[in-house]
Ligand binder design. Structure first.
Ligand SMILES: [Zn+2]
Length: 300
C-alpha cells in the first residue's frame, strides 16, 4: 500500500511537469498470440518453408503498425549449408524523423538442428523455437502496436534479426550473422542511444539474470532495466550476473552501440524438440513487456 501511494505521487509529479508520455498497458495475452502465430508456421530455420512464410507474416504484421518497414537482405555461408544463403533482417521504424532513438531487437530464425537432444536421429531435426526465437519477436510485435497507437517521446527502431541460430558451438563468429550484417551496414545511420535485445524470455519459469557482456559494456542500461523491474514489482528480473552469452548484442557492442541482452538461459528445452509454446507463458511475456514499455515511454 505504501509503495503504491509512492508510485502514484511520482506519476502525478511527472504529469504536472508535462514530461513523459503515459505508459500504455502491455498485454502478455496479446503478445502470446504472436508467439503461437509464429510457431504455426513450423520451424523457421533458414531455407525452410516456415522461414519464408514467417518472414512474410512478420513484414505484413509490422506494416499494420508503421509504414516504415524494410528488409535488409544479406548473404552468408556456413559449413552446414551447402550453398550461399540469403538472410533477411526486418526493420520497423517508428517516428524515423526523430534524432533521439532506441533500438529494440530479437532474432526471428530458429535453430536448424535440435542438437541438445540425446537421440542422434532427433538431433538432425529442426526446433520449434517457441522460446528461442518466437518469444522475443512476440513481445516486439505487440510493442509495435502500442507504439503505433500511442507515440512515445523518442524514436524507436525494431529490428528482427535472421541467421542468429545456425552456428557451431566451437565458433562464435558462426552465430549472430544477421546482427553482424546490420551492425556493418545500417547501425551507424540509425545511431540509437542504446539497444535492448530480447532472447528466450518466454519460459513459464522465468528467471532473468544479468548477462555479463551487457553489465561490462552497457552497465547503465542494465541498471536502468533492473531498477525499473524492481519498481514495477517484477521479481523475474534477478539483480545478479548469471552468465555471459554470445548473442546478437555482441556485433552491436563491437560497433560502439551500448546494447544489453535480456535472456533467461536456464531453459531445459533449449535446442531440443520440446521448445514449444506450452513451455512458455503470457505472464512471462507480460513481465518483460511491461518493463521494456516503461523504459521506452519514460525516455525523453
Ligand atoms: Zn538458440
Amino acid at each position: 500500500m505504501k509503495k503504491f501511494s509512492l508510485i502514484a505521487v511520482i506519476m502525478l509529479g511527472s504529469t504536472l511537469n508535462g514530461a513523459g508520455a503515459p505508459v500504455p498497458h502491455f498485454s502478455g495475452e496479446k503478445a502470446f498470440v504472436f508467439l503461437k502465430a509464429q510457431c504455426e508456421f513450423g520451424p523457421r530455420n533458414p531455407g525452410s518453408a516456415g522461414h519464408d512464410r514467417c518472414r512474410d507474416y512478420l513484414l505484413s504484421t509490422l506494416k499494420k503498425s508503421t509504414p516504415d518497414v524494410t528488409t535488409q537482405i544479406f548473404s552468408y555461408s556456413l559449413p552446414a549449408f551447402k550453398s550461399v544463403m540469403k538472410g533477411a533482417n526486418i526493420i520497423a521504424r517508428f517516428h524515423s524523423q526523430k534524432k533521439d532513438r532506441i533500438l529494440l531487437c530479437a532474432h526471428w530464425d530458429t535453430r536448424p538442428w535440435a542438437d541438445e537432444e540425446t537421440l542422434p536421429e532427433k538431433r538432425k531435426m529442426p526446433v520449434m523455437g517457441a522460446n528461442d526465437g518466437a518469444s522475443g519477436v512476440a513481445v516486439l510485435l505487440h510493442l509495435a502496436e502500442l507504439l503505433a497507437s500511442q507515440p512515445p517521446d523518442i524514436g524507436v527502431d525494431i529490428v528482427l534479426f535472421d541467421a542468429e541460430d545456425a552456428g557451431d558451438h566451437f565458433q562464435n563468429r558462426s552465430w549472430a550473422l544477421g546482427s553482424a550484417a546490420f551492425a556493418r551496414d545500417l547501425l551507424r545511420t540509425m545511431r540509437p542511444r542504446f539497444g535492448i535485445l530480447l532472447d528466450m524470455i518466454g519460459d513459464a519459469d522465468l528467471n532473468v539474470y544479468q548477462e555479463a557482456f551487457s553489465t561490462q559494456y552497457a552497465g547503465f542500461i542494465v541498471q536502468r532495466v533492473w531498477q525499473k523491474a524492481a519498481e514495477l514489482g517484477e521479481p523475474c528480473f534477478i539483480p545478479q550476473v548469471g552468465y555471459s552469452v554470445y548473442d546478437d548484442h555482441i556485433p552491436l557492442l563491437e560497433a560502439g552501440v551500448p546494447c544489453i541482452d535480456i535472456i533467461d538461459f536456464e531453459y531445459p528445452y533449449w535446442h531440443t524438440l520440446h521448445d514449444t509454446p506450452d513451455k512458455c507463458s503470457p505472464t512471462s511475456l507480460e513481465s518483460i513487456g511491461r518493463v521494456i514499455t516503461a523504459i521506452i515511454y519514460e525516455e525523453k
